[in-house]
Design a protein around this ligand. Structure first.
Ligand SMILES: NC(=O)CC[C@H](N)C(=O)O
Length: 230
């Protein structure tokens, strides 16, 4: 399989993602530009990633302008054919704005940008991204101003009912407690997928935790699960 990483104007985690996949995980990576549309070399075995950043300066709402990029039309078609798409942080925001994932990311409850390590509990072994992520909580960094996952009660209930919640914020022992929730996300939701389980969004940054040089390789477990369960 190969990965495509889309750069939008204002992306700033695209090269972190490319480096993590290429050098820490040894994967083939194609760099994609938001104004291009041709992803015909990608098959449904492959994966497109929307990385983090501040696309279009976060104007209107985070991701609200990027979702109109020409590349997004191709990404939506790719996802509808069953190709896997992952959005991290701003990428998650873009996927929600594009309607590929339900809900929205609102400004953090404390109105502050939050940048720190948090713990994540994997909630779901039914998706390729999380299948092999079992056992202890993962330590992964977050860095966002608008990461508070919000959806109406019916949507939240449906996410749990259909096993679409990927990750929840927890303490270092795996307990879901308010104090471990960095942004006020409803039901401590940190990541979700669509019903078909091929579109994934998460606020924390696994690509910032794939290298021994960073003293944290917990993020590798997430990418390795995706690669192993292709
Ligand atoms: N690291 C990021 O992707 C930041 C996402 C977004 N711009 C926010 O602050 O919420």
């Amino acid at each position: 399989m190969k990965f495509g990483v889309v750069t939008f104007p204002g992306s700033n985690c695209d090269h972190d993602m490319i480096d993590a996949l290429r050098y820490d995980l040894g994967q083939e990576v194609i760099e994609l530009w938001h104004k291009d549309k041709d992803i015909s070399t990608f098959t449904t075995q492959d994966c497109i990633i929307l990385p983090g950043g501040f696309s279009y300066g976060d104007y209107l709402r985070c991701g609200a302008i990027a979702r109109f990029s020409p590349m997004m039309q191709s990404v939506i078609e790719f996802a509808n054919k069953g190709g896997r798409v992952i959005g991290v942080c701003n990428g998650f925001q873009i996927l929600c704005e594009a309607g590929l994932l339900p809900g929205v990311l609102l400004r953090n409850e404390n109105q502050q940008f939050v940048c720190k390590n948090i713990f994540l509990k994997s909630e779901n072994t039914a998706t390729s991204l999380t299948k092999d992520v079992t056992g202890r909580p993962l330590m992964i960094p977050v860095a966002h101003g608008e990461g508070r996952y919000y959806a109406d009660d019916a949507t939240l209930d449906s996410l749990f009912k259909y096993n679409q919640v990927l990750f929840r914020y927890c303490d270092e022992f795996g307990n879901i407690v308010d104090a471990a929730n960095p942004n006020g996300a409803l039901r401590s939701i940190a990541g979700i997928c669509n019903k078909e389980r091929n579109v994934f969004g998460m606020m924390p940054h696994p690509e910032r935790a794939t290298s021994a040089a960073l003293n944290n390789r917990d993020g590798q477990l997430i990418f390795q699960s995706l690669i192993a369960n292709n």
